[in-house]
Write a protein that binds this ligand. Structure first.
Ligand SMILES: Nc1nc2c(ncn2[C@@H]2O[C@H](COP(=O)(O)OP(=O)(O)OP(=O)(O)O)[C@@H](O)[C@H]2O)c(=O)[nH]1
Ligand SMILES: [Mg+2]
Length: 296
């Protein structure tokens, strides 16, 4: 259930506000390349300002070309991909990796830049390649330094990838690996939901709620790809088995539609952060309805 803006605002003021000089809580926005991370940061900052919630933004993507939000700190002041390519004579992929490590190596400098800022919440835009951000050792350090023990992850599902059962499962698994790797409370959002036909959106949401339906869809997909029966069975059982285990361990927090265009789901991003940092009973409260079916 999506809380009203007034409820969210009220809770945010009570639980998230940090006018006492400590760092505001941090929301890292992660997802595959082009999933809509920068657009979410832009939309969230604009939407929250309208509610008089002070959202500060940080850009951690050294490869960002243009930016529509107003960053408190921009990592490109320290490192840019084109500088790294020229200086170290690297191609774009090698430069992405080195830039990620160079940024992380300066984590303390980055923290000094933002130390003492006051606001209600800090939202951080991350590099396009989620594996660079999540899987490099240096990035874990960066997350720890910037998060200061008060951080969570918003994982964006790509709407196009999510339209096939295997694409959907792959993103569920990727989200859970990132969650495992960084060890932060994580919420999954279906990005650019305004681009999806209502029936397609309903289908994807159903897969998020009901693993039996997802399993059947996976079987059907494998069959239509002419995989043999043994491969079809193994593949579906493996995927569904993983998801069931994660649900029982309360790792899969459901899926919420999000659109930076229509502003759908932005209140859920804020209430997720507020639930986590407000010390409420369960960070998944806002999404509990999505998983009760499977757990129950
Ligand atoms: N219709 C629609 N388009 C969106 C939405 N969010 C992002 N887009 C578009 O999707 C494209 C990619 O969005 P970005 O915000 O740059 O995605 P990103 O994840 O930051 O991309 P990288 O940093 O390159 O990985 C842009 O053309 C956006 O305008 C949305 O909610 N609805
Ligand atoms: Mg971006």
């Amino acid at each position: 259930m999506i809380p009203s803006d007034v409820e969210v605002l009220d809770c945010c003021r009570r639980h998230v506000s940090t006018q006492d000089g400590t760092m505001p809580p941090v929301v890292f926005v992660v997802g595959t390349a082009g999933a809509g991370k920068s657009s979410l940061v832009t939309a969230f900052q604009r939407w929250a300002r309208f509610l008089e919630v002070d959202v500060l933004a940080i850009n951690l993507d050294p490869g960002a070309e243009s930016m529509k939000y107003d960053p408190e700190f921009d990592v490109r002041d320290l490192v840019t991909i084109s500088d790294v390519m020229h200086e170290y004579d690297l191609g774009p992929n090698g430069a992405q990796i080195l830039a990620a490590d160079l940024v992380a190596a300066q984590a303390e400098d980055v923290f000094e830049e933002i130390d003492g800022i006051s606001g209600d919440i800090l939202i951080i835009d991350t590099p396009g390649q989620v594996e660079l951000f999540a899987f490099r050792e240096a990035s874990s350090h960066l997350v720890q330094v910037l998060g200061q023990g008060m951080a969570c992850l918003v994982f964006l599902f790509d709407p196009m990838l999510s339209q096939t059962p295997s694409g959907f499962v792959s993103q569920m698994l990727l989200s859970s690996i990132v969650h495992f790797r960084l060890g932060l409370p994580t919420a999954n959002f279906l990005s650019k939901s305004d681009l999806l036909e209502p029936e397609v959106l309903d289908q994807i949401m159903e897969w998020g709620r009901n693993l039996d339906v997802l399993e059947a869809a996976l079987y059907e997909e494998s069959t239509s790809q002419r995989m043999d029966a043994a491969t079809t069975g193994q593949r579906s059982e493996f995927a569904i088995g993983q998801l069931r285990m994660m649900q029982h361990a309360s790792i899969v927090p459901g899926l919420v539609p999000l659109s930076s265009e229509s502003e759908e789901g932005l209140a859920d991003v804020l209430s997720f952060a507020q639930n986590v940092f407000g010390g409420m009973s369960d960070a998944r409260d806002g999404f509990a309805g999505d998983i009760e079916h499977e757990i129950g």
